[in-house]
Ligand binder design. Sequence first.
Ligand code: HEM
Length: 450
Amino acid sequence: MPSPRRAPGPAPRDLLRLLPIARDDTLAFLLELTRTWGDVTELGIPRVPVLVVNDPAAIQHVLRDHHRNYTKRTLQYDSLATITGRGLLTSDGEHWFRQRRLQQPAFSRARIEGLDRIVVPAVDAMLERWAPSAERGEAFDVDDEMMRLALEIVGQALFGIDLRRDAPALTRAVLTALDFIVHRARHPFAPPTWVPTPGNRRFGAALAALDRAVRELVAERRRRPPDDRDMLGLLLAARDPDDGRPMSDVELRDEILTLLIAGHETVASALTWTWLLLAQHPDAWERLRAEVCATLGDRPPASADLRQLDLVRATFSEALRLFPPAWVISRRAIAEDELGGWRVPAGALVVISPYTMHRHAAHWSEPESFRPERFVGDAGKARHRFAYLPFGGGPRICIGNEFALVEGALVLARVAQRFRLELEGMRPPRVEALVTLRPGGGLRVRAARA
Ligand code: HEM
């Protein structure tokens, strides 16, 4: 067998031109790279092999079929670990496997079905808040609102706590901490975190605020009788199968913080992008609203109604296609491997971008168009499973994917019953590829009674 060849890609001298673009507009860089060099590309960085993979079969190989050869020891997850420690999202191996098995029951079908009892009242409280500005025709930042809402929902659903009072401060702390790690990843020569620069101090204060919130949450719960029906109960009741010990305070903190962060910023971004797309496509909004009115009338949506609300679910899926919050997924190859006939050297960094995969013209017709109908019924049956991966795939697939889909659809349906959102200005926000895809500067809208 001939040994596989090096994948095509820009030479070191081209990289000098491309790297500033890669830093300042990473999404444009990835699109250009894959469109110029193909579905498996190797960046010509001396001694640091980086492969960018934009082919569903190759992605399936990395994330599912050959996942044991690919770890999460990458800059992306190591940076995140400075906030979340070794929580489920950033750990590997036996530790990850044990935690995943432990946490899975908190996402059971029955618990997901029960989400409507948490989501609908939380949305109703938010809509009450919107009412005065709607009467006065005032604009507000719907991204802020989505962050607050998603944090309240995850706090209540997974940990049984009411975060209404603390949500604004906590979402600020989360965003400060996440922005900081992106900045550091892009400026590797910045002073170490122990140097008291203003940025480092802000990061330290944000982490301290998050730690305090987690400590209070655990202390509050320990005062109540044990109840292992939700996530916090499961984590507190867990015992090490070898020595019978409960999770340490650090382990508990890491898992809780991971879930709080992974479980709200992503959903909030996805919802904000959905509002943008709907405001830009009034016809899609009308169709969605017609479905909601015909199915529900004025009655609040229940999770079971989502089976009839095809267009609501499809609209959220299409927003996740165009603006996948988790726009990059990275892995490190342990041993040498082969992808679509190209060589993956041992230690190579493998970069998968749902953002570019979801815009690949060989897998999506008119990839730039917002067309929720592509997710209705059998429309996408012929598509490769790994051509659409807002939640990743294989054993590390997002543990909260069903949670997010049900939550997103319930929020859309409930808001559409009451309000219609219009953009304040003509210019859409800049798409910022930070830890998640964020709307730069938020999204200012006016709410009008539907
Ligand atoms: C629209 C919303 C969401 C998106 C787009 C999203 C996306 C993702 C993706 C792509 C991964 C896999 C990363 C990789 O393979 O490297 C992931 C993992 C994860 N997500 Fe989500 N997620 C969302 C919502 C949630 C929610 C609601 C929760 C919890 C309540 C959550 C918790 C997690 C956790 C704990 C992991 C790590 C799972 C593991 O490695 O076993 N996510 N998410």
